[in-house]
Ligand binder design. Structure first.
Ligand SMILES: [Cu+2]
Length: 292
């Protein structure tokens, strides 16, 4: 509850770095790479796996990985909520420069690209995942979820460098049942979500970054109730994060898989607006919906 409180607090203040999305993603199996192209017939392959463990306030992850579609599995050891937000840096830039830039203004600078990743599981000990298309270059893993004190974890040093090295046999993103398009300021689905394990291809078509935090709500609750709880945690939480993606720049795509139960859910974006720096849900980027 305290963690949730922190999450909300930070949001309410809207002063700090943006984006607490969390996402459960994992991609269904598959036959990725079924593109028609001639010479790649034998290179079709499933995404690679990358395990990231989080705790207060560090990432436990490899320093180098190969390029191509990669299923990032986030195992949170807590106790705070944590997510994996991958940011690819332009050649010559450093993770320290990114930290300084974000401390000054909580919007990803134009020399970096938000590549997404899994958002926080709803409780310590749980796991989420997202399949991300990794391109060669230096990346930063960051967590911008605020702790109980309202301070985003990145300010407590929760960053880590990840070098992606070119690999000729790059796996491609797996197929998904549904497409979610993110724009200023909302979510569009290719079809309604029905109960069961569903894979979603999450794409951002807007000029600025967006994320989707998926929250399973208690009966009768709405996205607004969850936000209100974050701002002033009292009583039973009206919902619990169950996945999503972290920030995606325009043109970026993640594939996630989430176990949906019949009931009410919310999509929320906490990314700070490039214009007024308010979290996007304050611009209306939130949606309450029913899964049947
Ligand atoms: Cu957004």
């Amino acid at each position: 509850m305290t963690r949730m409180a922190g999450l909300v607090l930070g949001v309410a203040l809207a002063v700090v770095l943006g984006g607490c999305a969390d996402g459960t993603a994992d991609a269904a199996a598959g036959a990725a790479g079924t593109e028609v192209g001639a010479r790649t017939a034998s290179s079709a392959s499933s995404p690679r796996d990358l395990l990231v463990r989080t705790r207060d306030h560090v990432f436990d992850a490899p320093a180098r990985v190969a390029s191509g579609a990669t299923r990032i599995r986030l195992v949170n050891e807590g106790p705070d909520f944590h997510h994996v937000w991958l940011i690819r840096l332009e050649a010559g830039r450093t993770v320290e420069e990114l930290e300084r830039a974000l401390a000054e203004r909580p919007v990803t600078p134009d020399w970096a690209v938000d590549v997404g990743g899994p958002n926080t599981p709803g409780a310590a000990g749980e796991e989420t995942s997202a399949v991300v298309q990794l391109e060669p270059g230096l990346h930063a893993l960051v967590c911008v979820i605020p702790g109980p004190d309202g301070v985003p974890h990145i300010m407590k040093g929760m960053t880590r460098a990840l070098v992606v090295e070119r690999d000729g046999a790059e796996p491609s993103l797996p197929p998904a049942e549904l497409v979610m398009t993110m724009d200023d300021y909302g979510y569009r689905l290719s079809a309604p979500i029905r109960a069961g394990r569903r894979s979603l291809r999450v794409e951002n078509v807007a000029a600025q970054a967006h994320e989707v935090l998926i929250v399973k709500l208690e009966k009768g609750k709405r996205a607004e109730d969850f936000l209100q709880f974050l701002a002033a945690p009292e009583g039973t939480p009206p919902g619990k994060p169950v996945g999503g993606t972290t920030g995606l720049s325009r043109g970026q795509t993640n594939v996630i898989s989430v176990d949906f139960e019949p009931g009410t859910y919310a999509f929320l974006c906490f990314v700070h607006d490039a214009g007024d720096l308010k979290p996007h849900f304050m611009h209306g980027m939130m949606q309450t919906f029913e899964v049947t």
